[in-house]
Design a protein around this ligand. Sequence first.
Ligand code: WTA
Length: 633
Amino acid sequence: MSNKIQSLSGYIHEYQKSVNEPEKFWARIAESFHWQKPWDNVLSWDKEGPHVKWFENAKLNITENIFERHLFTHGDKAAIIWEPNDPSEANRIISYRELFELTCQFSNAMQAQGVQKGDRVIIYMPMIPEAAVAMLACARIGAVHSVVFAGFSSSALADRIIDCEAKMVLTSDGNFRGAKNIPVKAVVDEALEKTSTVERVIVCKRTDAEVTMTPDRDFWWHDVIKEESAIHAAESLDAEDLLFILYTSGSTGKPKGVVHSTAGYLVYTQYSFENVFQYNQNDVYWCTADIGWITGHSYIIYGPLLSGATTLMFEGVPTYPHPGRFWEIVDKYRVNQFYTSPTAIRALQAKGLEPIAPFKLDSLKVIGSVGEPINEEAWHWYHDHIGKGNCPLVDTWWQTETGGIMISPLAGITPNKPAHASLPLPGIQPIIVDAEGNELKGNNVEGNLCIKFPWPSMLRTTYGDHKRFKETYFSAYPGMYFTGDGAKRDHDGYIRILGRVDDVINVSGHRMGTAEVENAINEHPRVVEAAVVGFPHDIKGQGIYAYVICDEEGITQEVLIDEIKNTVRKIIGPIAKPDEIQVVSGLPKTRSGKIMRRILRKVASKDISNLGDTSTLLNPEIIDEIIRGAQVS
Ligand code: WTA
């Protein structure tokens, strides 16, 4: 039974029902899934904890809802279309039946290697079908996966392994990305020197790169599955058993492990996928994200596969071997729904119209955007030149923590308004509050975005640290989830997301905590102090700007800056490398010793027209030096 909304009045009707009687609403949506045992209670919500449980005491397995539930109707349908990095290499089209067998076989292999229900498994893999198999096999046996983006450094990987006490790492020999061949296994080896919990590493062959295999610890994927059967009985999981942990940057300290549980995540990712993209059973859907991010989890793997969709998985990058690569793939597979990031759109827009010209793009019905605010210029370019003016554009706002899309047009149903995420999905109750937490009702208001009622796929905790969970999300406005984003409700009641209001920078749709980058910079022995802020960047949305105080004796600034960039690359990964580093002799500080970031942000943005009140500064003279050094004209 489909829960697909068909019209704007249908949406309004569903939305009202979801707010008036949330439990009844979600119970009806959840009925279409396969439950080994039904729930006793749809929602329990302890505001103090805070603790949220959905579909309490139900038993299920998410992979039974992907496979067993669909095999009779579409066992032969393509589940995954895999397009390799290099277009001259053969693609792979994997049916639901085949994917089921691969998942079962790998589930057996993981169990034979000692993984049990509840164990944590790190997945550090390229965009190949085995990465999907790895996630699904974890879910099938009840192991908790934590996918780490394969561009993160060995020390970022080690931090995550340590935090979740992972027992197993799944990886590959190498990773093809554009013209690059990245030695992934070597990164794992380096990370494991710093950790002590990992008992097994399973390595999938992809690039034929030479790797070192540590005896009794490292095994080849093809060897461990050789003797295993393709039949496997799914573990029975509790609705609230952990499905996965995904690490994400916050405004303070180290990345936190966002925890998602089984039943609520299943219900919400499927429901939101089907409704936002208006997926029809013969469509080919493509999301260009990497599985290392939440978008890859919810809208390459779980949402589409739970809907019995055909999901395209692309190993490469948009500009390799030519800047028309995305469009070539759209035409090749007659993609119907295409979902990407504003950064990718802006980067491709910068290449002009020529790379698009050879392609028809006439199969596209829906185009989507996620990860950062999409500026109006990029919105129009995407709408006109890719959607050819006749595809609804879904600007989907959500977060790692929300598990699924929260505010977005439903394709072809909600009227499109450029750069507006527009209206909440049924079941989602966003509100805009002022600094004191008063709800700003009505239209034409701007403030901080909160969600006032639980939804099924909300994060349950931050792994191993419930206090941090409470402090981060529920302390600014007690009883409500605070998103960290600013938002505006316009005169039509449509929501526009304004970006982060905390110390998180959104670089190419990837979240970076300023404190995390500062910590990495401080690892350089010459650095005395660092302050990191975001600034507007034409392609990436935001860039990283670092002010550093250093010991410059006997070293040129150029070399020093290069070294600092390399330190960050080593500690976090290339995505965190500052775009600009300015060496300064001091940082503007208040009398209580706090860095006045507001000023640093303005200077980095080359906007010094109104620096605001600087009277509380301990060292106001530093501002002139900083402005001069930043070469603001
Ligand atoms: C931002 C990605 C504007 C926002 C799914 C949020 C957006 C953060 C949009 C979460 C959008 C995401 N419009 N901003 N459509 N989508 N964001 O956890 O600041 O990687 O808080 O999840 O990205 O990033 P995350």
